[in-house]
Design a protein around this ligand. Sequence first.
Ligand code: C2E
Ligand code: MG
Ligand code: MG
Ligand code: MG
Length: 280
Amino acid sequence: LAKQEGRNTYRFHTQALSSAASERLDLETRLRRALAENEFVLHYQMLIDARNEAAIGVEALVRWQPPGEAMVAPGKFIPIAEETGLIVPLGEWVLRSACQQGKAWIDAGLPLMIMAVNLSVRQFQSVDVVELVRRALADSGFPAERLELELTEGMLMDDANQTIVTLNALKQLGVRLSIDDFGTGYSSLAYLKRFPIDKLKIDQSFVRGLYDDLNDREITATIIAMSRILKLDVLAEGVETEQQLTFLRENGCDYYQGYWFHRPESAAGVEQRLAEKFSR
Ligand code: C2E
Ligand code: MG
Ligand code: MG
Ligand code: MG
């Protein structure tokens, strides 16, 4: 009897697995089609300068808009795009579109000092990431020194020698480099000192606890202090409340990003906001 039950359990298990697998395959097929049919759009979230609390630029955040359906957040499809390699053409589309949009805004006289773009692990590890960025800049005419590429700690650990070659080559193009979700990975101080990084973005999980979690307060204060010692810019992600902002102000954080200031918005929405700021 036990054996039979075991077999049933096993059969149930493979059925569950295969339906998850087919759901994934389905999503993969839909993503591939979505890319061909231009169903991806970029939203943008303002980056705020702590000195005057004005926007200095934006971060591009990809969304999927299947026709007639609700907008899909990147958390739902970026991991699958990573696994299937679809992130490579998608990431190229993101980079090119962000540079083109940024150039259009600059040409329209809008004050855009930074266009931040997330790079995925696969993109960063591909042999031609430097060429990809070089071409996106050349084809769009977007100024390299205003493009900020967001990396994650995980990307920087794998093969430190190859990593430093890639980072230096990207810096040679004139772009800025930041570490996204900082504090969630394993960077050591030695790496931070060695890599040509311009900015740390404190992960929102620490910012969330600033009001009442002593550990989060100490971690955040430490990252800000460390940034100052290493002469890096530091930005706090996910700022949602005035209490969080007060703590960040008192500790000398350079830049903020979060719902307290602005949610990510469509290009049209951001354009209007940048224009308002400008005419004031
Ligand atoms: P991220 O790069 O750390 O982006 C910040 C995320 O936090 C965004 O989520 C943003 O909407 C959200 N956020 C901003 N302010 C607040 C706040 O005050 N409170 C809370 N709770 N959340 C806030 P989103 O747009 O859903 O993107 C999630 C992640 O997906 C991004 O995290 C990034 O890792 C990835 N992603 C987005 N666009 C791209 C892309 O074009 N390429 C790649 N490779 N990854 C992307
Ligand atoms: Mg980011
Ligand atoms: Mg982040
Ligand atoms: Mg994040």
